[in-house]
Write a protein that binds this ligand. Structure first.
Ligand code: 13P
Length: 394
């Protein structure tokens, strides 16, 4: 019965494909529908075709995502690392540099923006969303409201932002966004507790369903933090647990898998572990985890960089693309695309061109890695510097 009323609740925005039956109406149920064929319900929403097209466009060969969705506070940290104040004009200048880089669309298929940037224009008055569209880059939007302590857990956190998400998503769609991002985190040294994993998975699934109902392809991102001294086997174990639970709740919320993208952490040893793993080992563990947990219906896996150096993140991606995968395996990096750019720019107008060139160098390297053809030649020392920060917030 509960499911019948859920179907009614969704009737305004979604139709249910005829002849299909929900979990609640299994054989043995006393409802009239109990004699029907048993199968998983599929939601055919108003945006189904568009969601599939958007996800495919983002997961296109040789391209990946530029993540510049830092909250104002985190963007402030980036700016202060080069001696700039965290003012709106400085954030605008930095984002303009990134989003107007000529030729960026060859390597970048989507850009995740913070709300301020989605509604912002260049200094010359051109909407950032239009700059992206011209280069065939799909605009995306960070929709979560950040992490707060999770009561009853082992010092873990949960991600806020479900209240009002549907109306906010509808507004973001009107403004030109076509995909969304929700980042929650799981900490291995803190457990993770069953409560924290369940909360992370449920929140991601609710967000994904709401995004799809509003025409936004959800990027599903349970970041398993690099923090800790554990070996790679422990990361694999936790990642398998987390993704099993995420897919369980995605299915329970009738999320259409063809219209989502994933943003996992790579499976690596903890940042404080005594031994570093090679790109081949990281690729082997990460692909093992993905093959065990991710259905081939999902079009794209867009990794986060999580504090790896720019070169490490590119080498690891390249190693994962040495043989064909069931999904597009690509990047959605923030730190691993921005580090050298920021250092080159230094807030000086005369450095903008050189900084844009630095962005193209990284974007092209990751494009090659997506195709499994990156050779790691001529990389700068700056690009080899790790960026891990303990307890990193976004
Ligand atoms: P990093 O690549 O810096 O880990 O970014 C993670 C992220 O969620 C950006 O959207």
């Amino acid at each position: 019965m509960a499911c019948v009323s859920f179907a009614k609740l969704n009737a305004a925005s979604s139709q249910w494909i005829g002849g299909q039956q929900s979990f609640a109406q299994r054989p043995g149920s006393s409802t009239r529908l109990a004699t029907r064929r048993v199968s998983v319900p599929i939601r055919a929403g108003a945006y189904t075709d568009e969601l599939i097209q958007t996800a495919k466009a983002i997961a296109s060969p040789g391209r990946g995502i530029l993540a510049i969705d830092e909250s104002n506070a985190t963007c402030g940290k980036r700016l202060s690392s080069i001696g700039l104040d965290n003012t709106e004009p400085n954030r605008q200048a930095y984002r303009q540099l990134l989003l107007t880089t000529p030729g960026l669309g060859e390597y970048i298929s989507g850009a995740i923006l913070f709300e301020e940037t989605l509604y912002q224009s260049t200094i010359g008055g051109k909407k950032f969303v239009d700059c992206l569209r011209e280069q065939k880059i799909v605009p995306g939007i960070k929709v979560d409201k950040g992490l707060v302590p999770l009561p009853g857990s082992n010092n873990e956190s949960w991600c806020q932002g479900l209240d009002g998400l549907s109306s906010r998503s509808a507004e973001y769609y009107k403004q030109g966004a076509r995909f969304a991002k929700w980042r929650t985190v799981v900490s291995i040294p803190c457990g993770p507790s069953a409560l924290a994993v369940k909360e992370a998975a449920w929140g991601l699934a609710r967000y994904a369903a709401i995004s799809q109902d509003n025409g936004l392809v959800p990027i599903v991102e349970p970041e398993i933090l690099l923090d800790g001294d554990h070996p790679i086997e422990r990361t694999l174990e936790v990642a398998e647990k987390v993704w099993a639970e995420v897919f369980y709740y995605l299915a329970e919320n009738n999320v259409m898998f063809e219209g989502i993208l994933l943003k996992p952490s790579m499976v690596t040893p903890g940042a404080e572990h005594k031994e570093k793993a090679s790109p081949d080992t990281i690729a082997k563990y990460t692909l093992t985890m993905l093959r065990r947990r991710v259905p081939p219906a999902v079009p794209g896996i867009m990794f986060l960089s999580g504090g790896q150096s720019e070169v490490e993140a590119t080498l690891n991606l390249n190693a994962m693309n040495q043989s064909p995968n069931p999904w597009h395996v690509s990047f959605s990096y923030a730190r691993a695309l921005q580090n050298t750019v920021l250092k080159t720019w230094q807030g000086r107008p005369e450095n903008v061109e050189a900084a844009q060139t630095a962005l193209l160098v990284r974007a092209k390297a990751n494009s090659l890695a997506q195709l499994g053809k990156y050779a790691a030649e001529g990389e700068s020392e700056e690009a080899k510097k790790g960026m891990f920060v303990e307890g990193y917030t976004y």
